[in-house]
Design a binder for this molecule. Structure first.
Ligand code: FES
Ligand code: FES
Length: 173
């Protein structure tokens, strides 16, 4: 983060310069000190795949990956992303090739309205990277921060169970 804040456009408030790797691309951004990562993505960068549900760390709809670890973007200040690698749902696929977790969600019809789905998938990718879940009970427990108002939990569990070995094998994300 720059030591000397700059004046932010026509807002009159001081902004901070941050540099991050966003979905594999280096970005230099000016952010207000109170802007969350979620609002940075949705309002400033037009990356609306990451969803705002509760905006209070309760639902998991805003889950993204920071240096490979799943975090709630609504509880993360944008200035905290300086020097980090940020991956959102838009950055998981490799060109036209879906991430194994995305493909498994489609195969298992693991959604209804789809609003929670980007957060569910990012969280599941983070779960795979943690390597802690060894059975369905552990997957349920470790995914309990991601709520689904449509109750698609059974299919979500099936998708994650199927994709975890593929994620481990391929070294995703
Ligand atoms: Fe972030 Fe609900 S919007 S946890
Ligand atoms: Fe609708 Fe999960 S699919 S909230």
């Amino acid at each position: 983060m720059s030591a000397t804040p700059e004046r932010g456009g026509d807002t009159g408030f001081a902004t901070h310069s941050i540099a991050l790797l966003l979905n594999g691309h280096p970005r230099q951004l000016q952010v207000l000190p109170w802007t969350t990562a979620l609002d940075l993505l949705r309002e400033q960068l037009d990356l609306t795949g990451t969803k705002k549900g509760c905006d209070h760390g309760q639902c998991g709809a805003c889950t993204v990956l920071v240096d490979g670890r799943r975090v709630n973007a609504c509880l993360t200040l944008a200035v905290m992303l300086d020097g980090k690698e940020l991956t959102t749902i838009e950055g998981l696929a490799d060109g036209d090739e879906l991430h194994p977790m995305q493909a498994a969600f489609i195969k298992h019809d693991a959604f209804q309205c789809g609003y929670c789905t980007p957060g569910q998938i990012c969280s599941a990718v983070g779960l795979a990277k943690e390597g802690r879940a060894t059975d369905s009970a552990e997957i349920r427990e470790l995914m309990s921060g991601n709520l689904c108002r449509c109750g698609a939990y059974g299919n979500i569990l099936d998708a994650i169970e199927e994709a975890l070995p593929a994620c481990h094998k391929a070294g995703h994300p």
